[in-house]
Design a protein around this ligand. Structure first.
Ligand code: NAD
Ligand code: USQ
Length: 408
């Protein structure tokens, strides 16, 4: 298939682009490299030294003979997006290209506004460009489990049957998101549903849980293909953060009681879920929702699993509870359905000790790059304006220029 991966320079997008290319699909990437810029502005960097896009793509071509096209631009720029889609004529469009950090969106007004404009306008532009230039293409959009929040009832896959005053209907599942970022995904979902309804577009909204891991079969082929492994308080997700904290002997930062329960999945399952969605497109006018995760854990359970795995590697690590900087339930009911991707053939990689070992070993390999100053949370949901520590020159201007190179 001809597949366009929006956000293909990012954590999930890069792994997905390589996986789809390895499967023989004709892949092109669209990315503005905005994420590399945000890291630079925040003074943080991925643990792993990711290469710039031209180097990544050259290495992939040399290793496999496969060619991936790259288009550098911002999808909030309609002319750029439309002309790119017109030239690529994709059968499927996988959309990862958003600002995806909840803490980033809660720093202050500017970051909240930026997040919602970037995400909602980008997705809206995409819907209009699809309608105009590739109306039969299938949109595979990354949503998030956090759109649902933590209701005191079972979470369905996108829709719920409701009986009210003797009448019955199937309606979108209620959304109670926990950050301005998660809210941007809810707004996207509504816009996508509307686009399918009025224009007959086809879409799959993948409500993904928290992703962990960094390696896939393709990424493992060569150091030049290395993927992101974020661990800072803004972009690091909890399981990845705990593995790096454990590797360097930092206490595991459990927010509050640690009863916050979420759906999780291995990045190797992310890439497979995307392939499954692409190979089984939604019908014209249909907006499907799949819950994309494989297991649910509380934060404390994850901390305990990491603590045990670290001990087996000879490392004692403390679990430290601290007040949660977020506004979230610290203990709650959680039971989210997630059978639709399994029904279509997903065979999950469940969280294992060997995976935790390998993540900690990656952390040890790059331990010189670990900045322990970015472990503690500084963005508090209750503040309208969070003071963040000044950005440090983690990435030099020369490195940034190199990262951004690719326009030529
Ligand atoms: P990421 O930040 O690593 O990658 C996102 C990529 O999109 C970056 O390369 C960035 O430069 C690009 N981008 C952002 N805005 C853009 C724009 N306007 N135009 C062009 N490019 C733009 O994020 P990720 O972890 O790979 O997440 C990808 C998607 O998956 C996001 O939509 C996120 O909400 C969703 N998701 C991620 C997780 C997770 O745990 N990482 C979990 C659930 C859902
Ligand atoms: N948490 C800790 N300690 C930490 C970091 C986080 O206890 O050091 C807690 C948080 O308070 C939260 C949970 O762990 O309760 C998950 O936090 P997270 O930062 O790993 O994930 P989250 O902010 O929910 O966002 C991530 C991705 C986002 C994606 C989402 C999926 O950054 O793009 O949408 O996971 S979901 O959570 O299902 O909405």
């Amino acid at each position: 298939m001809k597949i366009c991966v929006l956000g293909g320079d990012g954590y999930c997008g890069w792994a997905t682009a390589l996986y789809l290319s390895a499967k023989g699909h004709d892949v092109s990437i669209i990315d503005s490299y905005a994420r590399r810029l945000w890291d630079h502005q925040l003074g943080v960097q991925t643990l792993t030294p990711i290469r710039n896009m031209p180097e990544r793509l050259k290495a992939w071509h040399q290793l496999t003979g496969q060619h991936i096209d790259s288009f550098v631009g911002d999808i909030t720029d309609y002319e750029f997006l439309a002309s790119t889609l017109r030239s690529v004529e994709p059968e499927a469009i996988v959309h990862f290209a958003e600002q995806r950090s909840a803490p980033y969106s809660m720093i202050d007004r500017e970051h909240a506004v930026f997040t919602q404009v970037n995400n909602v306008v980008g997705t809206l532009n995409l819907l209009f460009a699809m309608r105009e230039f590739c109306p039969d293409s299938h949109l595979v959009k990354l949503g998030t489990m956090g759109e649902y929040g933590t209701p005191n009832i079972d979470i369905e896959e996108g829709y719920i049957t409701i009986e009210h005053n003797g009448r019955k209907d199937v309606l979108p599942f209620p959304k109670q998101p926990g950050s301005f970022y998660h809210l941007s995904k809810v707004h996207d979902s509504h816009n996508i549903m509307f686009g399918c309804r009025i224009w007959g577009l086809r879409a799959t909204d993948l409500n993904q849980g928290v992703v962990y891991g960094t390696v896939t079969d393709e990424i493992e082929l060569d150091e030049a293909l290395i993927n992101r492994f974020d661990y800072d308080e803004i972009f690091g997700t909890v399981l990845n953060r705990f593995c790096i904290q454990a590797a360097v002997g930092h206490p595991l930062t459990v927010y509050g009681k640690g009863g916050q329960t979420r759906g999780y999945l291995d990045i190797r399952d992310t890439v497979r879920c995307i392939e499954i969605a692409c190979l089984n497109p939604a019908a014209a006018g249909e907006c499907r929702v799949f819950n994309q995760f494989t297991e649910q854990f509380s934060v404390l359970e994850i901390a305990q699993l990491v603590q045990t795995a670290a001990k087996k590697l000879g490392r004692e690590v403390e679990i430290r509870h601290m007040p949660t900087p977020r506004v979230e339930l610290e203990e709650h009911y959680y039971n989210a359905k997630h059978s639709k991707l399994i029904d279509l053939g997903l065979q999950p990689h469940f969280l294992s000790e060997s995976l935790l070992d390998s993540l900690m070993n990656i952390a040890l390999r790059y331990r010189d790059r670990v900045d322990s100053g970015v472990f503690m949370p500084q963005v508090n949901w209750r503040n309208a304006r969070n003071e963040r520590r000044p950005a440090r020159a983690a990435v030099t201007p020369a490195e940034l220029a190199l990262a951004m190179d690719g326009r030529s």
